[in-house]
Write a protein that binds this ligand. Sequence first.
Ligand SMILES: Cc1ncc(COP(=O)(O)OP(=O)(O)O)c(N)n1
Ligand SMILES: Cc1nc(C(=O)O)sc1CCOP(=O)(O)O
Ligand SMILES: [Mg+2]
Length: 201
Amino acid sequence: MKLDPFYLIVDSAAWIERLVPLGVRLVQLRIKTVDEAGLRAEIRQAKALCAEHQCQLIVNDHWRLAIEEGCDFIHLGQEDLQTANLLAIRAAGVRLGLSTHDHVELETAMFAEPNYVALGPIYPTILKKMTWAPQGVERIDEWKRRVAPVPLVAIGGLNPDRLDGVFAAGADSAAVVTDITLNVDPEARTREWIEKTDQWR
Ligand SMILES: Cc1ncc(COP(=O)(O)OP(=O)(O)O)c(N)n1
Ligand SMILES: Cc1nc(C(=O)O)sc1CCOP(=O)(O)O
Ligand SMILES: [Mg+2]
């Protein structure tokens, strides 16, 4: 399975409506604060928008709602994995991306036979408090050797200037939140990411 090299992560369908039509091919809906009815509405709208624009939608955390809403790709962290029903996820034909931050987590992740493995944070991130020190790009090379042929996603503190190093080290896709959502011009920055990642597409 080939992942698009530009992996956008946003926290609302409104962001998807704004940025996906620019040519984004891979987007994660990562919502932490909305109630179940609100979440369902967001997932439904995101799914419709992504279908309209030939973009792969990945739903973070909320695997039950994702299945109920007919989504086909989810992302789970290690804590999510402890309570998720992997058999139900697989029976629904839903693909699975998993977070990893250290060797134990990687072993746990590989046992679940994921469709991609994410490694982070590569650089310091301002999005959320992390207990792991930045991995550095060298860790990408090691992870690539351990996970291949499963695709590897790099995440954490990424921006266009850091992409050459991330892809040279072996990442298949680069995930990003704040470099785009906190940018003064998110649309222009999204276009910059699309153009910059074209060489790995
Ligand atoms: C592509 C990608 N990689 C890592 C994460 C982080 O997942 P998780 O550890 O479950 O943390 P939250 O994002 O749920 O706070 C991700 N979402 N996407
Ligand atoms: C959501 C998330 N997960 C991470 C991990 O290492 O698992 S780093 C991260 C935040 C990514 O945001 P930004 O691109 O703004 O740094
Ligand atoms: Mg999670």
